[in-house]
Write a protein that binds this ligand. Structure first.
Ligand SMILES: C[S@@+](CC[C@H](N)C(=O)[O-])C[C@H]1O[C@@H](n2cnc3c(N)ncnc32)[C@H](O)[C@@H]1O
Ligand SMILES: Nc1nc2[nH]cc(C(=O)O)c2c(=O)[nH]1
Ligand code: SF4
Ligand SMILES: [Mg+2]
Length: 252
């Protein structure tokens, strides 16, 4: 993407469409679950998952709060929010992999400040700045999402990350039903050397109040599928930890 650029004298600075900056919070999913992190959520997605818990990043309902920010401006906002109380930033969306140079600049700036960069993306686009990311989560989408996996693209992404040799990436598949579980298994078989995290789907992302009992019920269902399955001996099953604590609240 990277369309909007601002000319500041001789230097051209690319901007990032940001819909949310929040934290510090606790990373609630996947390989670095439990780690304190800030979040930067970018606007725009090339997918339209039926159950997306962050649809405001692409459905137009919150487009009025999107800001085009330079990497330096995002950095300043992170520091204004958290001071020294963080050393990790998770970039999510929407799909942050829609962004090229602007995101490469932001990741470099995080590293200049001694801050680790994590990314959440669905594996539909490659960016060379993936090589610089400390914790890369690739989350291909199962049938219940209504999306079709571009296997050639996913193979290309997983191939490039494998070549790089650093074990900084993992796969995370959300599972709503048995068909999704079969999909997760096919992902595991296709990329056997890569850590696979399974996460039960949140079936109602607008329900107010305490949803933890419902989510724990789905976690137990998924536990039981994996417990019974000799082909999933290495998979890890995790809840969305933040959703158990903060439910459907945004910015957590
Ligand atoms: C909102 S997405 C943004 C990043 C990227 N577009 C992606 O999907 O990986 C962040 C994570 O939330 C997961 N997610 C979205 N909606 C969910 C739901 N209803 N239940 C469980 N996980 C969900 C996605 O699968 C993804 O792993
Ligand atoms: N606490 C917390 N952990 C998360 N891990 C992945 C998230 C995301 O929306 O990408 C997320 C999120 O929104 N909040
Ligand atoms: S890919 Fe991620 S942000 Fe995009 S619609 Fe699906 S869950 Fe939502
Ligand atoms: Mg989330």
């Amino acid at each position: 993407m990277d369309l909007p650029t601002a000319c500041t004298g001789a230097v051209t600075v690319s901007k990032i469409p940001v819909i949310e900056i929040f934290g510090p919070t606790i990373q609630g999913e996947g390989a670095v679950i439990g780690v304190k992190t800030m979040f930067v959520r970018t606007y725009g997605c090339d997918y339209r998952c039926s159950w997306c818990d962050s649809a405001f990043t692409w459905d137009g309902s919150a487009k009025d709060i999107v800001r085009m920010l330079e990497p330096e401006e995002i950095m300043n906002e992170l520091i204004a929010l958290a001071g020294q109380n963080f050393d990790s930033v998770t970039i999510s969306g929407g799909n942050p992999a829609l962004l090229g140079n602007s995101m490469a600049e932001f990741v470099a700036l995080l590293h200049e400040h001694g801050i680790q960069a994590a990314i959440e993306t669905q594996g539909s686009r490659w960016q060379d700045w993936f090589y610089e990311i400390d914790t890369l989560t690739i989350s291909p989408k199962p049938p219940s999402s209504g999306m079709k996996t571009d296997w050639a693209m996913l193979d290309r992404i997983m191939g490039k990350l494998k070549e790089q040799g650093k074990a900084t990436h993992s796969l995370k598949v959300v599972v709503f039903d048995e068909q999704d579980y079969a999909y997760a298994k096919s992902v595991h078989q296709r990329y056997p050397g890569v850590s696979l995290y399974l996460q039960p789907g949140n079936e109602d992302v607008t329900e107010p109040g305490d949803i933890s009992a419902r989510l724990l019920g789905r976690l137990e269902w998924l536990f039981n599928l994996v417990i019974a399955d000799p082909e999933m001996n290495r998979a890890r099953v995790l809840p969305q930890l933040h959703a158990l604590i903060w439910h459907n609240k945004r910015g957590k």
